[in-house]
Ligand binder design. Structure first.
Ligand SMILES: NC(=O)c1ccc[n+]([C@@H]2O[C@H](COP(=O)([O-])OP(=O)(O)OC[C@H]3O[C@@H](n4cnc5c(N)ncnc54)[C@H](OP(=O)(O)O)[C@@H]3O)[C@@H](O)[C@H]2O)c1
Length: 261
C-alpha cells in the first residue's frame, strides 16, 4: 500500500531508540523527512547514522529534552527551517519510573507530569500552526495500554497517561478537520524501557532472573511474545498517512491482544 506521504516532513520526539525511533524508521522508509531527538548526543549520532543508512527521507537529529519548553520550541523551529514545514507530529517521551502509590513521592509525580503531559502540551502547541498549514496534518501520541488497564507498579503511567488520552481526544475535536489526532497504546515491546521494567521487577523480588521477568511479559500476550518496535512504527506511519483519513480521535492498542476489556 502506498501511504502517499513521500516528501512530507515529520517531527518524532524521544526517538533515538525504542518505539519513537521505530516510528521515525517507518516514516523515513516511506520517504518522509524526519526530525528525531533525544538527550544523549552519542545515542543521537548512532540513531541518525542508522536511519540514514536504511531510510529514504532526510534525517535531522537534534539534542533536546522534551521536558524543557525552550528545547521543544527549538525542535519545531529547526524542523521548519530545514524541511519547510511539519506535516506529521509523533509524540513520545521516556517512561516514568515504576513503583506503587505509597512508594511514589511528590517530586516523582511532578516530574512525570512534565514528562508525559506537559511535553505533549508544549510540542503540540508549537507544532500545530505548521500542521494546520499542511494538506495532510496529523498527530499520533504514543501512550500505553495503561490508559485502558492499570498495570501493577506503574502508578504514574496508570494515572498521568489518562490525562494525555483526554488531551488527545480534545485535540482531535479542536484540530479537525485540518489535523487528525490519534493515540496508540503499546503493550510490551522489546526496547530498553521493557528491560528497565524487568530489572525493576527482579529488584523488587518478583522474579529470580531477568529472563523470567521478560518471559512474564510475553505470557500476558495472546500472541505469546512481546512486540518488535517496528510493528508499532508501521502502524503509526499508516495512521499518519492519508490512508487513515477517516481515523480521528482513536486510541488503538498495539499489544498482541493483551488488554482484556
Ligand atoms: N516498550 C514498551 O513495552 C512500552 C509499553 C508501553 C508504553 N511504553 C511507553 O512508550 C514510550 C517509549 O518507550 P520505549 O520503550 O521506546 O522507551 P526507550 O526504549 O527507553 O526509548 C526512549 C527514547 O526516548 C528518549 N527520551 C527519554 N526521555 C527523554 C526526554 N526527556 N527528552 C527527549 N528524549 C527522551 C530516549 O533517549 P535519551 O535517553 O537519550 O533522551 C530514547 O530515545 C515511553 O513513554 C514508554 O513508557 C513503552
Amino acid at each position: 500500500m502506498d501511504l502517499d506521504i513521500e516528501g512530507n516532513a515529520a517531527l518524532v520526539t524521544a526517538s533515538t531508540s525504542g518505539l519513537g525511533h521505530a516510528c521515525a524508521e517507518a516514516l523515513s522508509k516511506e520517504g518522509v523527512n524526519v526530525t528525531i531527538c533525544g538527550r544523549s548526543q552519542d545515542q543521537l549520532a548512532y540513531a541518525c547514522d542508522r536511519l540514514n543508512a536504511m531510510g529514504e527521507g532526510d534525517i535531522l537529529g537534534l539534542q533536546a529534552d522534551v521536558r524543557d519548553p525552550d528545547n521543544v520550541k527549538g525542535l519545531v523551529r529547526e524542523t521548519v527551517d530545514q524541511f519547510g514545514g511539519i506535516d506529521h507530529l509523533v509524540t513520545s517521551a521516556g517512561g516514568p519510573p515504576s513503583g506503587s502509590f505509597m512508594d511514589t513521592e511528590d517530586t516523582d509525580w511532578f516530574q512525570a507530569f512534565d514528562q508525559l503531559l506537559m511535553s505533549n502540551v508544549w510540542t503540540t502547541r508549537e507544532a500545530y500552526p505548521h500542521l494546520k498549514e499542511s494538506d495532510h496534518g496529523s498527530i499520533v501520541n504514543i501512550l500505553s495500554r495503561t490508559v485502558r488497564e492499570a498495570q501493577d507498579e506503574l502508578v504514574l503511567s496508570n494515572s498521568i497517561r489518562r490525562a494525555v488520552l483526554g488531551l488527545t481526544e480534545t485535540q482531535a475535536r479542536e484540530f479537525a478537520p485540518e489535523v487528525r489526532v490519534n493515540a496508540v497504546l503499546p503493550g510490551p515491546h522489546e526496547t530498553s524501557r521493557l528491560e528497565e521494567l524487568a530489572e525493576d521487577a527482579v529488584e523488587r523480588g518478583e522474579y529470580d532472573e531477568y529472563a523470567d521477568a521478560i518471559q512474564a511479559f510475553a505470557e500476558e500476550v495472546p500472541l505469546d511474545r512481546v512486540g518488535q518496535p517496528i510493528e508499532l512504527g508501521d502502524v503509526v506511519a499508516f495512521l499518519s498517512s492519508p490512508r487513515a483519513s477517516f481515523v480521528n480521535g482513536a486510541a488503538l492498542p498495539i499489544d498482541g491482544g493483551a488488554i482484556r476489556e
